[in-house]
Write a protein of this length. Structure first.
Length: 242
């Protein structure tokens, strides 16, 4: 028989809006604990979150013990897309905030300027570096289809921008603009990043540690680091037929 989790409450942000469960996480280091992420039903994508006076994707986290029931309910915060850190006590949000899972309070703000918006995040095996695709705001433009001629913000094609940040201080450790959107990302070690591309070889990159980078701006401007290794340089089907 399957185990059914019943959350006997509804989370509300304001009188005309509410949250619903969107994601389910196993809580690291806490056997039997699951974390349910509730997000605002009025915002279901990055684009919808962007089209607000201040970009925000509100939600809450509910920690649930499969034997005891609800353990904690966090306050509403800008949860958006997030990943849990190895201690199971904190999570990392798409706006580079480290937040307490139980309270929803910001523990560490790695980007006080709120300039970074991340997608498809993953941690290195030791949990020291976070890798993600960066979405960047495009230039403002006038929407001719709207009668009032209001301007809107656009997202650049950030699916191709890949960056890595230190969870210690938020320093930028890797910055790359791919010609095509990566299919899959993997980090088998703290200083290696493996990227699967649809029309190119599988590429392996080095993630430099902070003490090895000349400067933040120099790394930011370097959008073409060389892979330290690559595989499947020939057409795959031809390769396996040989």
């Amino acid at each position: 028989n399957g185990l059914q989790l019943v959350l006997q409450f509804s989370l509300k942000l304001k009188h005309d809006d509410h949250c619903q469960p969107e994601m389910l996480f196993a809580r690291p280091g806490h056997p039997g604990h699951v974390i349910v992420q509730y997000r605002c039903v009025g915002i279901e994508s990055y684009a919808r979150a962007l089209h607000r006076e201040v970009m925000c994707w509100p939600g809450q986290l509910v920690t649930y013990d499969v034997n005891l029931g609800v353990v904690s309910v966090s306050k509403t915060f800008d949860s958006g897309i997030l990943c849990l850190l190895p201690d199971g006590e904190r999570c990392f949000t798409y706006r580079m905030k480290i937040v307490s899972v139980q309270t929803g309070e910001t523990v560490h703000d790695l980007d006080p300027t709120n300039a970074v918006v991340l997608k498809d995040m993953l941690l290195t095996m030791d949990g020291s570096v976070l890798i993600g695709r960066r979405l960047a705001l495009g230039q403002r433009w006038s929407n001719r289809d709207q009668e009032d001629g209001t301007e809107e913000d656009l997202m650049q094609d950030g699916q191709r921008i890949l960056q890595a940040f230190s969870l210690l201080d938020g320093s930028l450790l890797f910055n790359y603009l791919f010609e095509e959107e990566p299919v899959l990302l993997m980090s088998p070690s703290p200083n290696r990043l493996v990227v699967l591309l649809r029309d190119h070889p599988v590429q392996v990159y080095e993630i430099l540690q902070a003490e090895h980078t000349d400067s933040h701006q120099a790394l930011l401007n370097n959008r073409n680091p060389k892979p330290i290794n690559d595989y499947l340089q020939r057409d795959y089907l031809s390769y396996v037929r040989e």
